[in-house]
Design a protein around this ligand. Structure first.
Ligand code: C5P
Length: 231
């Protein structure tokens, strides 16, 4: 659990569905405050990649959890290493996004990743993005934000991101329709699972980003953080 030591360190928990803008917003808030940043989705993507490399089926809860226990994961600046290999790009594909949401349904897998996530909580503070940051991993976070946007808006953003990264052709040849369908499936799986489902924490602020620019969303989070700190 999020223990007393961690409680002294401020955490901003930012949760929401895929492509809601969480990652970009959380990273910018962290930079602005000089806080550490946890991209918890990357951990599930790494587990999916490692399982695939070891020919373990994503649906095999115990084998995937065992595989997750033995991973050596290092975050160095914006690069991520798995057992010494740079996998920063390899985990960003649509396939690994889907794989991440398949391995993330298993309670045994989630359990293995808890300490790893708590270890990111260091002075002067942490901005943590994911699905269960405010509900399960950092329930005492002084500020929780739940970001969301219409499915079509999120699918369009994701599609644009892939085009910008020139992955649309050489990755999955994803069309907008494929991406929309993947997002809908991923939302359903994330919201419908019994272990740490995607849900707004009761004390989280809801922020809809359909018509909001990135910098407006970042300012909104920063203003709310200042308000909390002044109490
Ligand atoms: O945020 P990202 O798209 O990288 O996350 C990939 C998948 O990992 C999500 O669809 C979700 O199933 C899972 N995940 C999770 N809990 C988190 C972060 C991500 O279950 N805290």
């Amino acid at each position: 659990m999020h223990n007393a030591t961690h409680n002294a360190i401020p955490v901003i928990a930012i949760d929401g569905p895929s492509a809601s803008g969480k990652g970009t917003i959380a990273e910018l808030v962290a930079t602005e405050l000089g806080f550490h940043y946890l991209d918890s989705g990357a951990l599930y993507r790494i587990v999916a990649l490692a399982a695939k490399q070891q020919n373990i089926a994503w649906d095999d809860a115990l084998a995937v959890a065992e595989c997750a226990k033995n991973l050596v994961i290092e975050f160095k600046n914006s690069q991520i290493f798995l057992n010494g290999a740079d996998i920063s790009e390899a985990i960003r594909t649509e396939e690994m996004g889907k794989g991440a949401s398949r391995v993330a349904v298993h309670a045994a897998v989630r359990e293995v990743l808890v300490d790893l996530q708590h270890n990111f909580c260091k002075a002067p503070g942490l901005v943590a993005d994911g699905r269960d940051m405010g509900t399960v991993i950092f329930p005492n976070a002084p500020l929780k934000v739940f970001l969301t946007a219409a499915t079509e808006v999120r699918a369009q953003r994701r599609y644009q991101q892939l085009i910008n990264k020139k992955q649309a052709d050489n990755d999955t040849q994803s069309s907008y329709a494929d991406i929309l369908q993947d997002l809908q499936e991923r939302d359903a799986r994330d919201q419908g699972r019994t272990s740490a489902p995607l849900i707004k924490a009761k004390d989280a602020i809801l922020l809809e980003t359909d018509h909001l620019g990135i910098s407006q969303a970042v300012d909104y989070v920063l203003q709310n953080f200042q308000l909390k700190n002044c109490k």
